[in-house]
Design a protein around this ligand. Structure first.
Ligand code: FAD
Length: 501
C-alpha cells in the first residue's frame, strides 16, 4: 500500500552533512513534504575539519540560491583553482591538479593528444602552460571567468576553501529560516519497530523523543543508526588507502592567499595546507602502521607557514564505505556512510551527490526496495571511482625512501584502476564511465603529474598539419597568458568583490 501522508524526515547530526541535508531538503521541498527535524549535540561536537571543496559545490550553492559574495564573506572563504601536489612523484617534484580543462576538443579529439603529438615532435612546453587554472594558481591570481578565446580555449572552474564551523553555522541559519526544526540534545536510545526493524523513535537524554518516517544518519564516524543500530557492515579499503590518522592544526596566514590547496607528501602520508582569509588550515594525514603519532605531529608543526593557533587535534578513521548507504528507513550521509581520505577534497561532494540522489529518488513510501537498491547501486559506483582516483596518487610514484612508499608503490591495485592506467599508458586515453566525478582533465593531470607517461597518442591528432599544430598551440598558450594577466591577485579579488553586503 502506498504511503499517502507527507514524509517526516529526521536528521541525526548537525555537522556539515546534517546541515547541508537540512538546507537542501528545506529549499527543494518548499515545506511541502512533511516536517524536517535535525538533532545535534554540542556536547558531542562535530569532526570540525572539511574545509576544501571541488567545483560542483557551486551547483549546491546555486540550488540553495546562496549569494556568493555573502557566502565567501561569512565563511572566511577563499577561492580554489586546484590542488598542488608536492613530493608525491619524487621529492622536490610538484604538479597541479587544476579545475577546468587544458583545452577544448579539436575535431572531436581531446586537446591533450595534440600536446602529446607536439611533444613527440620535440616541443618542450609544459602542459600546465595551456591551462588557465594552473597559470593563475602559479601567479596567485584569481577571477571567476576568462575572456573568450580561440576554438581550443580551455574552461576555467573553481571551488572554495572555507571555515568548517562557519559553514555549518551558515547553513544552520539558512535551514532554520526555511522552517527546519533544530533540537539540541544527545540521543541516548533508539527504538525500532518490532515487526520490521524500522527505526521509529530517537530518545533524548533530557527525556524527549523524536519520531519520523525517514531518518538521515549524519552522526559522523559513529554511524549511530546505520552502523551501530542496524549493524550495516563496513567495506574496509585500507589495504589500498593505508592512511588512518590525521592531526589538524590552524596557523596564522599572511596577506597573500594562494588560490589552491597544497598537499605535501611526507614519509608516511601527506600534509594539507588550506588557505582561508583569516588563517591557514593544516593537517597531517598518515598511516599509524608506518609512523608514530609524535613523529607525525613534529612533521606537521615543522611545516607550518605561521604560528599555530591551537593544539594539534587527532582524528582516526578507516578508508571505506558502509556496505549499503540506505537500509530500511535509514540513509547514511556524510561520514556515517563512509570516508575516503581528503586528498582530493571529495567528502563534502559525496554529501552533495547523496542529497541530489535522494531528491531524484524521493520515495513516497520508505518501504520501496527498488528505490533503495538504485540509491545504493549509484553510491557504490561513485565511491569506487573516487577510491581508484585516490589510489593512483599513492601507487604511481617513484618514491622508495620509506617503507610506506615502498608498500604503496608495490601494492596490488583494483583491476578497475589497472585498466585505467594501462589504457592511458598506451595512447594517453582516459577511460570514461557514466556519471564519473573526475573528468578527463583531472585524470590527465594526475597521470602525467605522477609520471604515468603515455607511449603514444590518438592517431587522429596526426591529421592536422604540423605547422598548423604549432601555430594553434602557440595561440592557445598566448591566449592563456594574456587572460591570466588580466586577473587580480587573489586577496585583491576577495577584498574587492566579496565583502558582506
Ligand atoms: P560530524 O561533523 O562528525 O557531525 C556529526 C554530528 O552528529 C554532530 O553534530 C554530532 O553532535 C552529532 N551526533 C553524533 N552522535 C550523536 C548523538 N548520540 N546524539 C546527538 N547528536 C549526535 N571533506 C572535504 O570535502 N574536504 C576536506 O578538505 C576534508 N578534510 C578532512 C580531513 C579529515 C582529517 C577528515 C577526518 C575529514 C575531512 N573531510 C573533508 C570530511 C568532512 O570533514 C566531513 O565529510 C564533513 O565534515 C561531514 O561530517 P559529518 O557531518 O558527517 O560528521
Amino acid at each position: 500500500m502506498m504511503q499517502t501522508k507527507p514524509l517526516d524526515i529526521t536528521i541525526v547530526g548537525g555537522g556539515t552533512a546534517g546541515w547541508m541535508t537540512a538546507a537542501l531538503l528545506a529549499k527543494a521541498t518548499k515545506g511541502r513534504l512533511g516536517r524536517i527535524t535535525l538533532i545535534e549535540s554540542a556536547e558531542i561536537g562535530t569532526v570540525g575539519v572539511g574545509e576544501a571543496t571541488i567545483p560542483p559545490i557551486q551547483f549546491f550553492n546555486q540550488l540553495l540560491g546562496i549569494d556568493e559574495r555573502d557566502f565567501v564573506a561569512r565563511t572566511q572563504a577563499s577561492f580554489k583553482l586546484g590542488i598542488e601536489f608536492r613530493n608525491w612523484t619524487r621529492t622536490g617534484h610538484s604538479y597541479i591538479h587544476p579545475f577546468g580543462s587544458y583545452g577544448a576538443n579539436i575535431d572531436a579529439v581531446s586537446f591533450h593528444h595534440y600536446w602529446l603529438r607536439a611533444r613527440a615532435l620535440g616541443d618542450t612546453t609544459d602542459i600546465g602552460d595551456y591551462c588557465p587554472a594552473i597559470v593563475a594558481a602559479r601567479q596567485g591570481r584569481f577571477a571567476p571567468e576568462i575572456p573568450q578565446g580561440p576554438a581550443s580555449a580551455p574552461l576555467l572552474s573553481y571551488a572554495y576553501h572555507f571555515d568548517a564551523a562557519l559553514y555549518a553555522a551558515y547553513l544552520r541559519d539558512f535551514a532554520t529560516r526555511l522552517g527546519v526544526t533544530r533540537i539540541e540534545g544527545r540521543i541516548t536510545g533508539i527504538r525500532q519497530r518490532a515487526e520490521d526493524g524500522y527505526i521509529s523513535n530517537l530518545d533524548l537524554a533530557d527525556g524527549g523523543s523524536v519520531g519520523g518516517d525517514l531518518f538521515i544518519d549524519c552522526s559522523g564516524f559513529r554511524s549511530l543508526l546505520l552502523g551501530q543500530t542496524l549493524g550495516v557492515g563496513f567495506k574496509d579499503w585500507s589495504r589500498w588507502l593505508p592512511c588512518d590518522r590525521a592531526l589538524a592544526v590552524p596557523c596564522e596566514g599572511g596577506r597573500e592567499i594562494t588560490p589552491y590547496t597544497r598537499s605535501t607528501a611526507h614519509t608516511a602520508g601527506w600534509q594539507w595546507r588550506i588557505p582561508l582569509q583569516h588563517r591557514i588550515g593544516n593537517g597531517h594525514v598518515y598511516s599509524s602502521a608506518f609512523m608514530a603519532d609524535e613523529e607525525a605531529e613534529a612533521l606537521l608543526l615543522g611545516h607550518l607557514d605561521g604560528r599555530p593557533l591551537a593544539d594539534a587535534r587527532p582524528l582516526r578513521f578507516t578508508a571505506g564505505r558502509r556496505d549499503k548507504a540506505w537500509v530500511r528507513n535509514v540513509l547514511g550521509v556524510g561520514l556515517a556512510g563512509g570516508f575516503l581520505e581528503p586528498l582530493e577534497s571529495t567528502s563534502i561532494h559525496l554529501i552533495q551527490t547523496a542529497l541530489f540522489r535522494l531528491l531524484a529518488l524521493m520515495p513516497t513510501d520508505v518501504r520501496d526496495q527498488a528505490t533503495r537498491d538504485e540509491f545504493n547501486r549509484l553510491s557504490e559506483i561513485e565511491y569506487e571511482q573516487i577510491r581508484d582516483f585516490l589510489i593512483l596518487h599513492y601507487n604511481a610514484t617513484e618514491r622508495d625512501d620509506s617503507d610506506f612508499w615502498n608498500y604503496c608503490r608495490t601494492m596490488p591495485i583494483p583491476d578497475s584502476l589497472r585498466h585505467k592506467i594501462d589504457l592511458f599508458r598506451a595512447r594517453g586515453r582516459v577511460a570514461r564511465f557514466d556519471g564519473q566525478l573526475f573528468a578527463e582533465a583531472s585524470w590527465l593531470a594526475v597521470f602525467l603529474g605522477q609520471g604515468v607517461d603515455p607511449v603514444g597518442y590518438d592517431p587522429m591528432a596526426d591529421i592536422m598539419p604540423a605547422a598548423e599544430l604549432q601555430q594553434r598551440l602557440f595561440r592557445h598558450r598566448d591566449y592563456v597568458q594574456r587572460a591570466v594577466a588580466t586577473m587580480p591577485a587573489h586577496r585583491d579579488f576577495i577584498d574587492r568583490h566579496c565583502k558582506a553586503p
